[in-house]
Design a protein around this ligand. Sequence first.
Ligand SMILES: O=C[C@H](O)[C@@H](O)CC(=O)C(=O)O
Ligand SMILES: [Zn+2]
Length: 278
Amino acid sequence: MIDVRHVSHPDAVKAYDTQELRRHFLIERLFAPGEIALTYSHIERFVVGGVTPTTRPLDLESDNATIGSPNFLDRRELGVFNVGGPGRVETDGEIHQLQPRDALYVTKGTASVRFHSDDAANPARFYLLSVPAHARYETKLISAASAKKMELGAQETANKRTIYQMIHPDVCTTSQLVMGLTQLDAGNMWNTMPAHVHDRRAEVYLYFDLPDTARVIHLMGEPAETRHLVVANEQAILSPPWSVHSGVGTSAYSFIWGMGGDNIDYTDMDVIAMDALR
Ligand SMILES: O=C[C@H](O)[C@@H](O)CC(=O)C(=O)O
Ligand SMILES: [Zn+2]
């Protein structure tokens, strides 16, 4: 069963209470042993998922009511990031070994996608983000070491971090998917401040590497109408094109960002001036 989320008009979101904000924009449960958990959002037709294989492999199956094609990737492309122990992803019988933090781009037209953990006691946790695609490209493994790296922020503003651009036009060809991983240095808590929006793309964040007792205060909403979500480890947020997506942790953390939409140019973003934030 896929959890379906509809889109919200920004005017409606102004009146949402905490529970409604969380129901529409927060994905709380992604990784459960032996399970695939999928959420279908009508924002960009994103499918956001978590796969935790233990003793048995798990198959990515289509669903008639939501995906609507015999195979999940008949008309979609997929990004996979491993945030758990070592594992393998099998695409039409071809095996790709994913160490922690490695990524795999899986092309449209792949009939079968199967996930394995190397060790059931230290299972892989595969984070998935899929968007519609209308052309076939190459399935490609992108190791954390082969990513395009960008250093941003400073210790003085508590936002020193490294951005690993992995499923990115300079690294891997896709229809519309752009994904990567951002890791904060120890003692640094802020991501994406100054904040930005990008009306030509929507985004999803998966926060991870956060201690169980820590939280990220994630800022969302129109720049002059911000709201917050209190996010725990390995939870994801949906960010519509009109929303800022920024956060501050009670501890350092990492997150995987993924985008779909009209524009695959990472630099196409509108930075929000500090005095415009409310
Ligand atoms: O549109 C790009 C995304 O919001 C993220 O890549 C931002 C990010 O990782 C960061 O500033 O830390
Ligand atoms: Zn963004």
